[in-house]
Ligand binder design. Structure first.
Ligand code: VG1
Ligand code: CO
Length: 557
């Protein structure tokens, strides 16, 4: 085939955020918008990283993925890539892409997804690039890509027809080929090696254990039935919204208490199932629910870490270390302390865990934003988290006699609190604020923390320290600055402020509030009630209402 040189011009605003490039679909549909970014990416990589190499291509099934896949394939061929491995219909979850890159020793991969952002002609599209160990591209690469988008003048595109992605098989064009694969196979194999499927099956096959999984019409719809129903004997009607749709069925595929409302209503309703879970657009997030009970993601990772060695074969030989993102609650810290494990606190975004995993310092990690995972891959993994929880519940109930009461999700969490204490945690999101007001608020807070002194009084709280979180990667020494303003008080309570790096319009302010409670008699308190004084303090310290005009958050988790 021949390679066309398509002349182009730089387009503004192609800087990646916390996780890839995300914009409204209409922005991506502008002439050469996507093509420019893909070409800029190839121009940023050393040629030996892709020449005659193998790249993986997946996506969450959202609107515009079909067209985008063809553009990516043609530019890859135009730049000398040897082969593209693509999920059937362009479908492959983020964790599965990471797993496939590792298993097939690919040079990297693309994920066509704006993750938990809504999809459809009026909503969002996005693209992420992962490197050869399956991890999201580090900032050193994404900065280069951005630089190249500002000077690009030519796109190299192979002159080949569109490839039919609806049938498994190989299409060859000279020394370039496209292989369409089943998106589930490699991922399923990995899950079977990580977990004791027989143990999980022994729980899911029981009529007294009722399981519900909401795929939110997103990518895990393709995985839920083969894994939970066909392999693990869950009942077929336990899968809700199990067909991936281009607009996620008009939904917002973000598994939290606000956007996964249908599942929350079921789990808090009469005759609720024993276990409920959901994943986001691209399958890397998870929400875990028990009967009328919500497991905060910060607790979830701590509980998985505390139980992993016993319940999950992958960890039978031990855990190397634990890590969380800075705003995630300190529940995991307590587990690391008790188990005497190395522990790391990194900035928000999964890309910061990769080096620690590659250098064998880290096994299990998580973020408060419904992300949980381990070093089995280099992404957070929604279905993995659900299987981890099912393993823990199955393990705790494996010697149950018929008729005996089950150890429930809430029992496991409450026992954990009794042992380690409870870290009350909540996050307030103010979505789509005016960028100007939000930026001014952050500047104001940065200025405030630069002048703060230990011991200073904030209402009833005395300050231990306040700063703008900075991180130096212990493996490669790279530094990330301005990762969130935090106020840490003498009793360990924290309030943290950051701007989101995943939105597609305006600015989203996130406030994270945390307070540790060792007293078991107070563990049953509602988190919002327990945290009220700190929440009020966060609002007054930041002057949020004054800067943004917002009275109420858009989402509370
Ligand atoms: C959010 C979360 C962060 C997560 C990121 C990607 O980023 O806070 O913890 O890693 O989304 O998640 P931000 O910058 O908006 O706070 V997702 O499911 O893209 O892949
Ligand atoms: Co996601």
């Amino acid at each position: 085939f021949t390679i066309k040189s398509v002349p182009t011009e730089p387009i503004e605003g192609q800087k990646t955020g916390t996780s890839g490039l995300r914009k409204k679909v209409k922005v991506f549909m502008q002439e050469n918008y996507l093509a420019n970014w893909i070409q800029a990416l190839f121009s940023s990589l050393p040629p030996e990283d892709y020449n005659n190499g193998l790249l993986v291509l997946g996506g969450d099934g959202r609107y515009f993925n079909r067209e985008a896949a063809q553009v990516i394939i043609k530019i890859a061929a135009g730049n000398g890539v040897g082969k593209i491995l693509v999920g059937k219909d362009g479908i492959m979850s983020t964790p599965a892409v990471s797993a496939v890159i590792r298993k097939r020793k690919a040079n990297g991969g693309f994920i066509m997804s704006a993750s938990h952002n809504p999809g459809g002609p009026e909503y969002d599209w996005g693209i992420k690039f992962n490197y050869s160990s399956g991890q999201p591209a580090p900032e050193s690469i994404t900065d280069k890509i951005y630089g190249n988008t500002l000077s690009i003048s030519e796109i190299k595109m192979a002159d080949i027809p569109d490839v039919d992605l609806s049938c498994v098989g190989i299409t060859t064009f000279g020394n370039f080929s496209v292989e369409v694969v089943d998106p589930v196979g490699d991922y399923m194999d990995l899950m079977e090696r990580v977990f004791d499927f027989q143990l999980i099956r022994s729980l899911l096959s029981q009529s007294y254990f009722r399981f519900t999984y909401d795929a939110m019409h997103a990518v895990t719809g393709a995985y839920a039935k083969p894994i939970f129903v066909e392999k693990l004997a869950a009942s077929p009607d336990s899968i809700l919204n199990g067909i991936p749709l281009e607009d996620f069925g008009h939904g917002h595929p973000d598994p939290n208490l606000t956007y996964a409302k249908d599942l929350v209503d079921i789990m808090y309703g009469e005759n609720a199932p024993d276990f409920g879970a959901a994943s986001d657009g691209d399958g890397d997030r998870n929400m875990i629910l028990g009967q009328s009970f919500f497991v905060t993601p910060s607790d979830s990772v701590a509980i998985i870490a505390a139980n992993a060695q016993a319940a999950i074969p992958y960890f039978h030989s031990g855990i190397k270390g634990l890590a969380r993102s800075m705003p995630t609650s300190g529940a995991l810290d307590r587990v690391a302390e008790k188990l005497d494990l190395p522990f790391f606190e990194v900035p928000t975004g999964w890309k910061f865990f990769g080096n620690l995993m590659d250098s064998e310092k880290l096994s299990i990690c998580g973020e408060e934003s419904f992300g949980t995972g381990s070093d089995h891959i280099r992404e957070k993994d929604g279905i993995w988290a659900v299987l981890a929880w099912l393993s823990i519940i199955a393990y705790r109930n494996k010697d149950k006699k018929p008729g005996e009461k089950l150890v429930s999700v809430s029992d496991v969490v409450k026992e954990h609190w009794a042992t380690y204490g409870r870290n009350f945690f909540s996050r307030y999101d103010y979505e789509e604020c005016e960028s100007d007001g939000a930026n001014k608020m952050m500047e104001y807070l940065r200025d405030l923390v630069s002048k703060n002194k230990t011991g200073e009084k904030y209402g009833d709280y005395a300050l231990r320290y306040a700063d703008d979180f900075a991180y130096k990667d212990p493996v490669d020494g790279s530094v990330a600055l301005k990762q969130g303003v935090r106020f840490v008080f003498m009793d360990g309570s924290r309030i943290i402020f950051r701007l989101s790096g995943t939105g597609s319009a305006g600015a989203t302010i996130r406030i994270y509030i945390e307070q540790f409670e060792p007293d078991v008699s107070k563990h049953d308190m509602d988190a919002q009630a327990a945290l009220k004084p700190l929440i009020d303090l966060a609002l007054s310290v930041s002057k949020l209402q004054e800067f943004t005009g917002r009275e109420e958050p858009t989402v509370i988790t």
